[in-house]
Design a protein around this ligand. Structure first.
Ligand SMILES: Nc1ncnc2c1ncn2[C@@H]1O[C@H](COP(=O)(O)OP(=O)(O)OP(=O)(O)O)[C@@H](O)[C@H]1O
Length: 822
């Protein structure tokens, strides 16, 4: 009999838990999927003969002893059983959820290195903690019942029930005892059933459980164990009481746990390369997008963007690894799905270079072929433009779906494999910036995001919104509660608890590289803790090159918007390609803050008002005027336009010289004039009804405000002032091929010069560093929300009632000068 017990319980499962055990190998005595017999203690059927009491435990059923671990003998015994199972099973096969409601976790103290290695959670010590453990077990059971396969085992180990645990918790334990074994969930309970109080219901006995019941004198009655082999034929259990094994010393537990914790660390650690598939672009996105984002214990953690979790919300304080997590996800997806299956729109509002990894740079020409637009340090207006692009694409897809008579992209693609309709994923880092200011941009952004979040899933458009500030997220909550209902999957990194339910503190104290995944919109009890790998530069670069080299022929790099970038006219392909072969000439002034950075400018033709005024003290004004002038010079056949350049302020001298040079080399006649000559030319031009030689004339005035007082003076003989002539030229010039391009440093001088009509003779305006109310006054719209910012301007075209945020053209070095002045 004794020998049989020894055969059943090899190594850790039956050994003496003394100092010699430290040399036993771990992880070799048992395998998962089979009942694991474990020695509990010994009994003496007759004097002088001792036998081991062995019962099947993990893999077969549960164990419960009615005394709790406040009894030191029970505490040691419990640690002994736990150690046997832990050391017998393969490394990492057992996850322990510990509960100690009586001694603040002290019972599990010797196991602390497992907690430190994040192989176990910290023991729960109170009722909410216990309930949390029960939820975790229940969720695992539900997942298993839904067909999810998790090869590891969860052992709920209770040293003592916490204060307040009652009938509800008992029934949850009973349910877990019933359904747990089939789902790999087992119970090791001390203090169960709790003592029965008179008049109250007793705690239920648990199914599939060996119950040990104190029988006095340190002995315990042993019930029949689960499984086919029973001690008694009548259900009365073992005929003689048992003495519990004395259990291991703390030293023994500690040294074994240190060993296991080391292995657990290695198993839980994962690197960037491990997230990538063995072969790229093998998956179809018809039913959704899926990728491995890290490890949950020993297992891969796979997350999806599909009908069930169409959009994700990611939170984490600065430095929590948010960028790294997003890189893990995006490279994982881009490696699994080809650009025909997935398109990416990446948008970042913060300073930094999160998404620079997707774009070509001076040192590395590669890009991720899936990336369609990449915004780095984006303006909110650019964010809005990206959302509009997605919204337009959604409308286009909806029309196509309607035409095909289906309602979901999956149905369309299933029936029409020839239709290219990749899933589109927009990732917006620091998305809360979009809503800052509570202005028109914020309003439009909320509306667009809401629409995309609500309808996107049907059209294969997915969103991942990430934010570092809880307040940002909360602000949005307050505005549009409904949006977040569309984001069932929450990812909370360290300090990112704002994306979880208020009562969910699962993200408190998370180390870097860990995240709480919650696919039930953040409710407590639905957390899974995962580890994600660092996205080290070398691995990321290697993967990007792999994808880039596989890019389809003719694949264009993404449209990149870098908020900090200067826009030089000679780097704009549209500017560089200018030629006289145009139907209508445009004065080009910069690049619009929009997807693809379209070139921004004004049409200058015979329409009244076809003049350009650049307004603001910023020296960028001179550069804008330079670019506008040169662009026009290149749209005339050589020798068909005349340019009169008036450099009236020192700050514009360089730009004016550069203008003369560029206009001359475009083959146009070009002369420099003083303010007095400017005054005189205005007089001439105001008199003439048609240019004598059929040429177009451009008056280009750098620092027009400097001529204001000269123009104000009237001619003593004709009584005409320079202002009269200026206004006449502005009013009649365009019909005769005369246009004025001017840079006024102040709005007041501009309006003085142009007179009571408030300058409506000039239809094309570029507002640089003007205060909002100046722009408001200019437009007669005091509600205008313009706020001047470095390297930005507001383009106002009164011809077509258009306003656009632009990055004004600058010549290299101008912005540095401004920085030096600042
Ligand atoms: N899983 C990880 N393992 C090891 N180090 C990591 C891990 N994740 C992130 N880090 C490191 O933590 C630092 C911060 O990461 P990251 O830049 O992703 O943070 P962030 O939350 O985006 O911060 P910020 O918002 O300030 O840019 C980086 O040095 C990164 O290498």
């Amino acid at each position: 009999m004794q020998r049989l017990a020894e055969r059943l319980t090899p190594g850790w499962l039956g050994c003496r838990l003394d100092g010699a055990a430290v040399d036993l190998p771990t992880g070799v005595d048992a395998v998962l999927g089979r009942p694991l017999p474990v020695r509990l203690g010994e009994a003496w059927p007759v004097a002088g003969s001792v036998f081991s009491v062995v019962v099947p435990f993990v893999g077969a059923g549960h164990l419960a002893v009615d005394s709790d671990a406040r009894d030191p003998m029970v505490a040691r015994w419990l640690r002994g059983v736990l150690l046997r199972v832990l050391a017998a099973l393969p490394d990492g096969a057992l996850r322990v959820a510990a509960v100690d409601g009586a001694t603040l976790g002290a019972v599990f103290g010797p196991f602390r290195s497992m907690v430190e290695a994040e192989a176990w959670h910290r023991p729960a010590i109170d009722l909410p903690g216990f309930q949390h453990v029960l939820s975790e077990a229940e969720e695992r059971i539900e997942r298993a019942q839904a067909g999810e396969i998790d090869p590891s085992v969860l052992l709920v180990c209770v040293a003592a029930l916490p204060e307040g645990a009652g009938r509800t918790e008992w029934s949850r334990l009973a349910a877990i005892a019933h359904a747990g074994p089939a789902a790999g969930v087992f119970l090791l309970l001390a203090g169960y059933p709790p003592p029965q109080h008179p008049g109250l219901n007793a705690a239920p006995r648990l199914e599939s459980t060996t119950h040990l019941t104190a029988a006095g004198g340190g002995l315990f009655a042993v019930s029949d164990p689960p499984g086919p082999h029973r001690f008694s034929s009548d259900g009365s259990g073992l005929a003689v009481p048992m003495r519990l094994d004395a259990g291991p010393s703390d030293d023994l537990v500690e040294s074994i746990c240190r060993r296991l914790a080391k292995a657990a660390r290695v198993q839980a650690s994962t690197d960037f390369a491990a997230l990538m598939p063995a072969e790229i672009w093998q998956e179809s996105s018809v039913s959704g997008l899926r990728t491995v984002v890290g490890r949950e214990g020993r297992n891969d953690c796979v997350l999806a963007l599909d009908d069930a979790t169409p959009h994700w919300l990611v939170g984490g304080r600065t430095g929590s690894g948010k960028t790294v997590f997003l890189l893990d996800v995006l490279y994982g997806l881009a490696s699994r799905y080809s650009p025909d299956e997935l398109g990416l729109y990446l948008l970042d509002f913060k300073e930094g270079v999160s998404f620079a990894e997707f774009t070509p740079t001076a040192v590395d020409p590669s890009w991720i072929p899936h990336a369609r637009t990449v915004g780095i340090e984006s303006d909110r207006e650019y964010g809005l433009a990206v959302l509009r692009t997605l919204s337009r694409e959604m409308t286009r897809r909806s029309t196509e779906l309607k035409r095909a008579g289906v309602t979901k992209i999956a149905d369309l693609r299933a029936g029409r494999p020839d239709v290219a309709m990749p899933r589109l994923l927009a990732v917006i880092d620091e998305f809360h910036v979009l809503f800052e200011g509570n202005d028109a941009v914020a309003g439009q952004a909320v509306a667009l995001l809401e629409e995309l979040a609500r309808k996107g899933r049907s059209y294969g458009i997915h969103l991942i919104l990430a934010s570092q500030t809880i307040s940002g997220v909360e602000a949005l909550f307050a505005k549009t509660e409904s949006i977040f209902g569309q984001f069932p999957l929450r990812v909370a990194l360290a300090g990112g608890g704002g994306v979880l339910d208020q009562l969910n503190d699962g993200a408190d104290n998370l180390p870097i590289g860990s995240a709480v995944i919650n696919s039930a919109a953040g409710i407590p009890g639905a957390n899974r803790v995962i580890r994600f790998p660092n996205a080290d530069a070398e691995s990321v670069t290697a993967q990007r090159h792999l994808l880039w080299n596989a890019r389809p022929p003719g694949d264009a790099p993404p449209a990149v918007f870098a908020g900090y970038a200067e826009q030089h006219p000679d780097q704009d392909p549209t500017f560089v390609r200018l030629s006289p072969n145009v139907r209508r000439r445009r004065a080009l002034v910069g690049r619009a803050v929009d997807v693809g950075l379209p070139t921004a400018g004004f049409t200058l033709d015979e329409t009244p008002g076809s003049h350009v005024a650049v307004l603001g003290t910023s020296p960028v004004g001179a550069d804008v005027l330079y670019a506008a002038t040169v662009s026009l010079a290149r749209q005339h056949a050589p020798g068909t336009a005349r340019f009169l350049i008036a450099p009236l302020v020192a700050a514009a001298d360089e730009a004016a010289d550069a203008t003369v040079e560029a206009v001359t080399s475009a083959g146009q006649s070009c002369g420099t004039i003083s303010s007095v000559q400017f005054r005189a030319r205005l007089g001439d031009l105001a008199q003439s009804t048609a240019p004598t030689d059929g040429q177009t004339t451009y008056l280009v005035v750098f620092g027009a405000d400097a001529a204001s007082s000269l123009l104000a003076a009237s001619d003593p003989t004709t009584y005409r002032s320079g202002h009269d002539d200026l206004r006449a030229v502005l009013a009649n010039g365009p019909t005769h091929g005369v246009h004025l391009l001017g840079w006024w440093r102040t709005v007041s001088r501009f309006t003085d010069d142009l007179g009571p009509t408030g300058g409506s003779e000039v239809a094309c305006l570029v507002a640089l560093n003007l205060p909002g109310n100046d722009v408001g006054a200019l437009l007669g719209d005091y509600a205008t929300e313009w706020q001047s910012r470095p390297n930005r301007a507001l383009l106002i075209d009164r011809h077509d009632n258009r306003r656009a945020l632009i990055v004004p053209y600058v010549r290299p070095g101008t912005l540095d000068q401004i920085d030096d002045l600042a």
